[in-house]
Write a protein of this length. Structure first.
Length: 494
């Protein structure tokens, strides 16, 4: 209860806490799926290209199986994404009612991208063994573009909430003279967008590679597992140092555009130069810091490349206009956890790159593959921490310096919101349980197909899905009436 009281202002409406908790839970759940939705199409198409270029049946098999996972994941993402869309209107009517005309274009772009991606995924999945190999591959190429377009829409809306522009306020405080282009391309949009996209790529790469790293540790060291590990892990390893550069860039943008938010992320209380950097540590309401590891002058150096750099402190603005001590500590811990886990992933990527550069082979150490097996979870936690740091650090504003969260919240009774929260938890447990069950069933079916060695080609279980690929017709047999073309795409599914 002590923490809860510090999370809310004394005069905050009763609806604020359950509305925040409900939104936080659904966002945190949805963001688990986002990396695969944004980056798995690209990873799949790269594997598909390798299969076609080298006439590699193993690569085509991996691409086909990943496309099935992509379709299942997208279906779950539709459910969780739709819930979020409703919550914006139901939980935050003040935000959408006043500012929807300004930044709502981002949600419109995301909706169109979602629709196009659904159509393209269906075509891509249906096209195995039904289309010519080149045609099938070319029809899949727009998939990564639509995924990036969806991210464009969401990040445009979020960046606007961090650095709102593209409007003027009339005498009644209502936004008028909306400039859509300025509302989309805000100062924080570029840094946020590319930081997000690269984060999704490396997270999806580590998640997919982690599955095959576990297989390697369990003794499955055939070419199927080596290729399934190498392609996504290489992409993630290349993206990791790029992400560090982008992360440094976006942090400097926050320092310049949202100085109070930067102060919360670094738990800086007083405006000063020669400010120390704290790794973890807890900020107290009186401005004192307990615990953590202190690095003298390092925060000023990181912010402006000089110990003389002046860093704005939380106490520079009234208490109602800044995160409180508990919120600042939460944002700071999330930010530090993101940096620590990102640094560990960078070390893992450098280990991989060094072995490949010197020996032109995969690492042989079990410790490397143990790290790789954990890398997917670490990357997902890093994404979650980045989101927490971004949103909690902006408090108490829902639109930075224009609207507080308390002003946007619904008037629905808090009891009703708590009941909704409980129901959503139950539904999400069922949804993600079903998602995991389907993935495990698919894995078991693929292993069974791989274990069948009767001297001839074996159709994998997904070959009999009514809406998906179908078995090839043996030579000399006529296809049944209305069955259509069932020419295999270079051995892509068997």
């Amino acid at each position: 209860m002590h923490t809860t009281l510090h999370l809310l202002a004394a005069d905050a409406p009763a609806q604020l806490l359950p509305a925040r908790e409900l939104m936080a839970f659904t966002l945190a759940s949805h963001i688990i799926l986002v990396p695969m939705g944004v980056a798995l199409p690209l990873i799949t198409l790269i594997m598909h290209y390798i299969g076609l270029r080298k006439n590699d049946a193993t690569a085509l098999l991996l691409a086909r199986r990943w496309s099935a996972v992509m379709a299942v994941q997208f279906a779950i993402g539709i459910v969780t994404g739709t819930v979020l869309s409703f919550e914006f209107g139901l939980l935050w009517p003040g935000l959408m009612g006043k500012w929807g005309d300004v930044f709502g274009i981002g949600f419109g772009v995301e909706a169109w991208a979602f629709f196009l991606e659904a159509v393209l995924i269906a075509i891509y999945l249906y096209g195995w063994r039904r289309l010519k190999p080149r045609t099938h591959f070319l029809l899949g190429l727009p998939l990564p573009v639509t995924a990036l377009l969806g991210a464009f829409g969401i990040l445009a809306a979020n960046a606007w909430m961090n650095t709102p522009q593209g409007f003027t306020l009339d005498s009644q405080g209502k936004p008028v003279d909306v400039n859509v282009w300025k509302a989309i391309f805000t100062p924080m949009f570029g840094p946020q967008y590319w930081h997000f996209v690269v984060a999704m790529l490396l997270t999806a790469g580590y998640v997919v590679a982690g599955v095959y790293a576990v297989g390697w540790l369990r003794g499955r060291r055939d070419r199927y597992h080596r290729l399934g590990f190498t392609v996504p892990f290489t992409l993630a390893a290349v993206a990791t140092p790029v992400q560090f550069i982008l992360g440094d860039s976006i942090t400097r943008q926050v320092f310049q555009k949202q100085p109070v938010k930067f102060a919360a992320l670094e738990i800086v209380w007083d405006t000063d130069s020669h400010v120390p950097e704290y790794l973890y540590g807890r900020l107290h309401p009186d401005g004192s810091i307990s615990g953590g590891i202190k690095f003298p002058q390092m925060d000023s150096i990181l912010a402006g490349f000089s110990p003389d750099t002046v860093v704005t402190g939380l106490s520079s603005v009234p208490a109602d206009d800044r995160p409180n001590a508990t919120q600042a500590t939460i944002a700071h811990w999330a930010f530090d956890t993101m940096v620590v886990l990102g640094s560990l992933l960078l070390l893992l990527a450098l280990w991989y790159g060094l072995i490949w550069w010197r020996c032109r082979r995969l690492p042989a150490s079990k410790w490397f593959y143990r790290g790789a097996a954990c890398s997917g979870v670490a990357a997902v936690v890093t994404v979650e921490c980045g989101w927490i740091a971004t949103e909690v650090g902006r408090q108490p504003w829902i639109v930075y310096q224009n609207m507080r969260v308390a002003e946007a919240v619904t008037s629905t009774r808090s009891t009703t919101l708590w009941i909704m929260f409980g129901l959503v938890i139950v539904v999400y447990v069922f949804i993600f349980g079903a998602f995991l069950t389907v993935l495990l069933k698919m894995r078991d079916g693929w292993r069974l197909a791989d274990a069948q060695t009767d001297g001839g080609p074996v159709d994998s279980p997904e070959a009999v899905i009514p809406y998906g690929p179908r078995p090839a017709v043996p030579a000399g047999d006529a296809p049944p009436p209305g069955d259509g073309d069932s020419t295999p795409t270079g051995g892509g599914g068997a």
